[in-house]
Write a protein that binds this ligand. Structure first.
Ligand code: ADP
Ligand code: ZN
Length: 433
């Protein structure tokens, strides 16, 4: 088993929690002293930095939400003088106005450490050639992956997103061994490789580190069997640092959270109450080492659960279960909660289906109606109408019983759903609500 930072990754929990408490106290002190809006929120709840004496005291601190980021855009939550900031990034703005990320020199170093650690956990070494296909620019993926790969000592290929044909050529010519991109784009690149009629055996790709969007366990199997690689999940977000907050290990049984840099809690998204160990709920994260833009109890809106049992890989850091989706992506169709990743998981169990799909939600006569458009493979599509109808029937039955609601299914031609170079767009909401 390879570790990037054995001391931190295998740290006995007691010691790790001591480290967390020390860093938590420092962080709370820092924001209370330097960030007026944190101070105001804490004063309102009547909590002072000296009230934090154990990790469980975290629950007395106020939450931070995406709205706080927006209200304080761009410098309102800065905890250091602007002259100490060495980098500005921002979110891709999928759900509205972008949120900003500011970094000191130490913040950048810590982030690179987290990514080097994540890449090592996903099998990379200094002998790897890593193609970074997350977008370079304001989006955290590209530069985050880049600095991490360099810190690891691997050879980094800064491909950035887009131009899929060129991605294939680069991967081929430079003998790329690890690919970093969104899971949906990993399949788009594979499609391109097939279209170009290239031979998989001419590629050296061994593994992929995929993230920035939710993907199901079945999607992982699909990518692994098509590409013949190991596919690892990497999680993060702009508000926290970017990618690298949590990552799969070789056991692919939950993503290890970088617990020396972050503390995780799970809360009930409706009441804000901390839920008992092992419950499903909203992930709330507190940063422990961030200098420029610390976050205290940031409500990620991502739904998951935490497992603090030691993993067979030897790492002591808690694992978060594969993220089902963010609460904003949860559709409530006639009272039933539906995530795109649930639809994906069901679809991928049916042969002849491509994991390219879209959920279209409409409201008719005050009733929400879900249509699932699914791409089928070329040979299925050119089959007899009867076979297509049968397939449509099968998908409808599987979705209806798997989701517990009536769904309209529409099979669409190969390549008719728009491909994304970054995050795939899975939901088209026509409800105007
Ligand atoms: P934006 O909020 O503009 O999309 P980010 O790129 O910061 O900007 O997106 C972070 C979000 O992306 C996370 O909160 C989560 O919902 C999603 N995400 C990132 N990585 C993963 C992953 N590995 N699995 C599931 N969701 C992910
Ligand atoms: Zn592990």
């Amino acid at each position: 088993m390879n570790y990037w930072d054995r001391e931190k990754e295998l740290m006995p929990r007691e010691e790790l929690e001591k480290l967390q408490l020390r860093r938590l106290k420092e962080t709370v002190n820092r924001v209370y002293t330097f960030v007026p809006s944190y101070r105001a929120k804490m004063d309102e709840l009547g909590v002072k930095p000296q009230d934090i004496n154990c990790l469980a005291d975290l629950k007395y601190l106020p939450f931070l939400t995406k709205k706080d980021f927006r209200d304080n855009y761009p410098f309102g939550l800065l905890a250091v003088p602007m002259r100490d900031v060495v980098r500005i990034q921002s979110s891709s703005g999928t759900t509205g106005k972008p949120t900003v990320a500011l970094y000191t020199k130490n913040d950048i170093d810590n982030w690179a450490e987290m990514i080097a650690r994540a890449m090592t956990s996903a099998g990379a070494t200094r002998d790897s050639v890593i193609q970074v296909t997350w977008g370079y620019g304001l989006f955290t993926g590209g530069l985050g992956g880049h600095y991490g790969a360099e810190k690891l000592g691997a050879a980094v290929l800064p491909a950035s997103g887009g131009n899929t044909k060129r991605q294939v050529t680069l991967m081929h010519d430079y003998g790329v061994t690890m690919l970093g991109c969104t899971p949906s784009y990993a399949l788009v690149i594979y499609e391109e490789l097939m279209k170009l009629g290239m031979d998989r055996s001419e590629f050296k790709l061994k593994s992929g580190i995929f993230g920035a969007e939710p993907w199901s366990e079945n999607m992982r199997k699909e990518i692994e069997s098509k590409w013949e690689i190991d596919a690892y999940d990497i999680y993060g977000m702009t508000e926290l640092v970017g990618p690298g907050v949590a990552v799969d290990c070789a056991y692919k049984n939950g993503l290890h959270l970088a617990e020396d840099h972050f503390i995780a809690e799970i809360i009930d998204p409706d009441t804000g109450e901390v839920l008992p160990e092992g419950s499903h709920g909203e992930l709330v994260i507190t940063s422990l080492t961030k200098e420029a833009y610390p976050v205290i109890r940031y409500r990620t809106r991502d739904l998951t659960r935490i497992n603090r049992e030691q993993c067979d890989c030897g790492r002591t850091h808690a694992r978060i279960e594969k993220i089902l989706g963010r609460s904003d992506d949860m559709l409530i169709i006639r009272g039933v909660n539906v995530f795109p990743s649930m639809v994906e998981s069901i679809l991928l169990q049916i042969p002849g289906i491509e994991p390219v799909y879209q959920l279209i939600v409409e409201r008719r006569n005050n009733l929400d109606r879900l249509e699932v458009q699914v791409e089928v493979s070329e040979n299925v599509f050119s089959d007899e109408v009867k076979r297509l109808e049968e397939l449509e029937g099968t998908i409808t039955r599987e979705l209806n019983s798997g989701l517990g609601i009536a769904v309209k299914v529409r099979l669409v031609e190969p390549s008719s759903i728009e491909r994304s170079e970054g995050k795939a767009k899975r939901i088209i909401d026509k409800r105007n609500i």
